[in-house]
Design a binder for this molecule. Sequence first.
Ligand SMILES: [Fe+2]
Length: 258
Amino acid sequence: MNSNRALVQTRKLFWRTSRMITATDEQLHKSTLLPIFRLVYNQHGISLNTQQLKTLVKLAENLDSGEIGCAENPSPLWKGKKDVCLWTEIFECEDFCLNIFRMPAGFSLPVHDHPEMTGVNTILHGRIKHSSYTWQERITKENKLGLVAFEKSGESTPTNNKCIATQTEAGNVHTLTALEDTTIFQVLCPNYDFDQRSCSFFALNQMKENLFQIKKINSADDYLCGGVPYSGISGKQIFDLVASESLVQTSTHHKSDR
Ligand SMILES: [Fe+2]
């Protein structure tokens, strides 16, 4: 079992034990999550273009963190033993996923990629350093060593560079390090799968100033994950609302075609 599969299974376990809030119709329609769901739902598994990614960033900047159970600083969640990344699933389907992950100060996500995927990481608490790399020579069955070029690095907080967009090409390989106890809201579109879009972890070896040899590693042994039950507004309810809106639109189009 690779680390990613273990991670997903851990998340599924906590999904089942979640304490999410069942929302009223009014709460659903006012939800700041709703336009985010609408945007990624209507992609039907296609990655976001540049304009759509900008729209997603704006929507994520305006997210009410209380709505997804993230009003409080995450520090008490580790109960003093700060060695794991804590994952919380808001909603997941084949076409997209919304998650929360919390990293204690000093914790780094291993270098990984998001093949053919777009998304946004939004910093809700704390401070992170992020570094990203762009494929120059991809790893293939025949060639186990690839090349990536350093793309950029920077710091993000809830008030400065709050959202980090993931694009399909530039900076698709990346790593995040928590400089303080940190909460991140993540949207990915499309979602990972275990076939065309599996998550890979990598080790980098610097060749020149901005050029790195890259190789896959089977698992990142120091990447320990745990789970926290979701305590926000129900993602399934919002998904169902967006799906019903889409059905109404489709039937309206069909009627007007007649
Ligand atoms: Fe990532």
